[in-house]
Design a protein around this ligand. Structure first.
Ligand SMILES: Cc1ncc(COP(=O)(O)O)c(C=O)c1O
Length: 477
């Protein structure tokens, strides 16, 4: 029977305990290593695809795995050493070829069906993640190592991290978020991933980390998504596959300075529909005590540190019964963002959002909504600051981001006065600007090109969107 080995795990191994000793093992100590693994009840699992293309696993004894392969298997992502290589997989295929008894232990995997409609919008763990270690020399030279995309895929697992890793003390880290969809024609696509790649590069430079080259970023997210196609929801389910690339200083430091080693990783999480109980508005509170950013800070990139500074404000607002916070600029005059999303409002059928002042994250959904609204014929004001006073006169308000696409805002509380939008209705009216833009952007992401919600967009616009916004990972069939 012919098997292709795609991955090797040693289940239950406490990777950190074995790691420091691994390179001390020569063949003489091999038996001792096997003994330790056995005592820890570790089993080796070969993830395979059989000749009929069925994925499955073959249970093997740790003893059956060659030492060199075992060393690579036991080294987790966060290390400078190499990982499971194509030659390790080939070696495992050889073992199977010469050991028909092991091959008979093939168990075809029964993929647990996921209930997409009830799946929470939460971490519904990845089985696989991509990990790449990058070293930076004293002269600033970046060493990408010999790692290929193929051997950068690992089981979703904890990192082995130095207690002095920069990220743990000085917060050198940033991340991205995007979504993959299965479109109506079956294609697996990602929405505007090049924009995320570029935003992550800008963020890396600002945080003195090596920017991940665009092609490597794309290859890594592609590998992480296509390694687990069963996690990509069916078309029209309202669910999506959230993709989380991130980069952090994993090298140890004591004084405040950039790390000399960085970890770039990508995991995915299938997420259910954001609005399970319909497109329902949230209530916001204007925040005047805390700020999420300020001139010269990092509000315009996705730095890890930006999010922790907002936690207390969010906690207090939630305790007081609000859904989110409306962030103001340092002068407490202009509206910047809503929670971790960009803010929009509609005044007399014209759309307003703050200009990108350097303290606001340039959201990819924000940019898509601006382009879409203009194409629908709306006037969009995005070239000036957005005074709170104007927002409190609006008829509609919403915020935009990858997670929800659009979240309608039902009310904003400021200085004890509540301003309601959508005529104070509990539901967002079908004929509102907010609802129209939400449905149109969702239809674009899901590839429902014939949907009536896209009526009013020119064929040139749709063609450009298909070309520039929709990155096809894998065509159907
Ligand atoms: C602070 C902040 N603003 C805005 C956004 C929306 O950006 P995007 O539309 O690219 O998801 C996000 C989410 O990524 C965010 O974290």
């Amino acid at each position: 029977m012919g098997f292709r080995v795609t991955r090797i795990d040693v289940s239950g191994a406490n990777l950190r305990n074995f790691r420091p000793d691994l390179y001390k093992y020569g063949s003489k100590q091999y038996n001792a290593l096997i003994g330790r693994l056995k005592r820890a009840r570790c089993r080796a699992t070969l993830h395979v695809v059989d000749e009929r293309g069925r994925p499955g696993t073959i249970s093997a004894r740790v003893r059956d795995i060659p030492l060199a392969t075992l060393q690579h298997v036991l080294i987790p992502g966060a290390t400078q050493h190499s990982h499971v290589r194509p030659s390790d997989l080939a070696a495992a295929e050889q073992i199977l070829r010469h050991n028909p008894e092991m091959a008979r232990r093939f168990r075809s995997s029964r993929v647990q069906p996921i209930d997409w409609a009830t799946l929470p919008f939460d971490l519904n763990a990845s089985k696989v993640m991509f990990v790449q270690i990058v070293s930076v020399g004293k002269d600033g030279s970046v060493d990408w190592g010999a790692q290929t995309i193929e051997n950068g895929l690992f089981p979703f697992q904890d990192f082995a991290l130095s207690p002095a890793a920069n990220i743990l003390h000085y917060g050198q880290g940033g991340f991205e978020g995007m979504k993959a969809f299965r479109q109506a024609n079956g294609d697996i696509v990602i929405f505007r991933p090049y924009e995320n790649a570029q935003r992550m590069q800008r963020g890396a430079k600002r945080l003195v980390m090596p920017p991940i080259p665009e092609d490597r970023f794309m290859e890594a997210i592609k590998a992480a998504v296509l390694a687990q196609p069963e996690l990509i929801p069916p078309a029209g389910s309202g669910a999506a596959l959230y993709i989380r690339p991130f980069l952090f200083g994993s090298g140890p430091v004591l004084g405040v300075k950039p790390a000399s080693e960085y970890t770039f990783a990508v995991f995915v999480s299938p997420v259910g529909p954001y609005f399970k109980a319909g497109f329902q508005p949230t209530s916001l509170r204007v925040e005047t005590k805390y700020h999420r950013s300020g001139p010269g800070l990092t509000g315009d990139i996705k730095a890890d540190g930006n999010y922790v500074v907002g936690l207390m404000a969010a906690k207090e607002a939630k305790a007081a019964g609000f859904g989110e916070i409306l962030w103001l600029d340092a002068a407490c005059e202009n509206v910047e963002e809503a929670g971790a999303a960009n803010f929009f409002c509609v005044v007399d059928n014209e759309i307003y959002t703050s200009m990108l002042t350097g303290t606001i994250l340039p959201g990819i959904t924000r940019d898509s909504i601006i382009q879409l609204a203009r194409e629908f014929g709306y006037t969009v004001h995005d070239d000036a600051k957005l005074p709170l006073a104007r927002v409190l006169q609006a008829q509609e308000a919403f915020c935009t981001g990858t997670a929800a696409v659009i979240s309608p805002i039902g009310s904003i509380e400021h200085d004890g006065t509540k301003t309601a939008f959508f005529g104070g209705s509990e539901d967002v009216p079908e004929n509102s600007v907010t609802s129209r833009l939400y449905k149109a952007l969702l239809a674009i992401q899901e590839g429902r090109w014939e949907d009536s919600v896209l009526r009013g967009l020119s064929s040139q616009f749709i063609d450009r969107v298909k070309r520039e916004w929709i990155y096809v990972l894998n065509t159907a069939g």
